[in-house]
Write a protein that binds this ligand. Structure first.
Ligand code: SF4
Ligand code: SF4
Length: 98
């Protein structure tokens, strides 16, 4: 059982914002644009289209799981040894790391 912190450090390391699985989701792109214009403080979980290993399944629709998950290249994934747990990737579709 792992618990991944939802904090600025992990938000910044997360590769989900550039992941092709999410690239065509308008809802995701909207959230990313809003984040860019936001300043100061840690954003709310629902405002960040990423760190799904911590927060669980994506609330946005329009994701394309036929594209390649980027988690295996992520520093958070390495740091928490997420390859040893379940589901090992595609947290946006399969839920948080455990
Ligand atoms: S969890 Fe994996 S598949 Fe889902 S958006 Fe993040 S990098 Fe892409
Ligand atoms: S392991 Fe995946 S979901 Fe978790 S922070 Fe990294 S890219 Fe995002």
């Amino acid at each position: 059982m792992v618990t991944i912190d939802f904090n600025m450090d992990n938000i910044q390391k997360c590769l989900c914002p550039g992941c092709p699985v999410q690239a065509k989701s308008e809802c995701v792109q909207d959230k990313l644009n809003k984040l860019k214009s936001q300043s100061g403080g840690t954003p709310g979980k629902d405002d960040v289209p990423g760190v799904y290993c911590s927060t669980g399944k994506a609330t946005c629709e329009g994701l394309d799981p036929s594209q390649m998950c980027q988690c295996g290249k992520c520093e958070v994934w390495k740091e928490y040894k997420l390859g040893e747990g379940e589901p090992g990737g595609y947290y946006c579709a399969k839920g948080e790391a455990r």
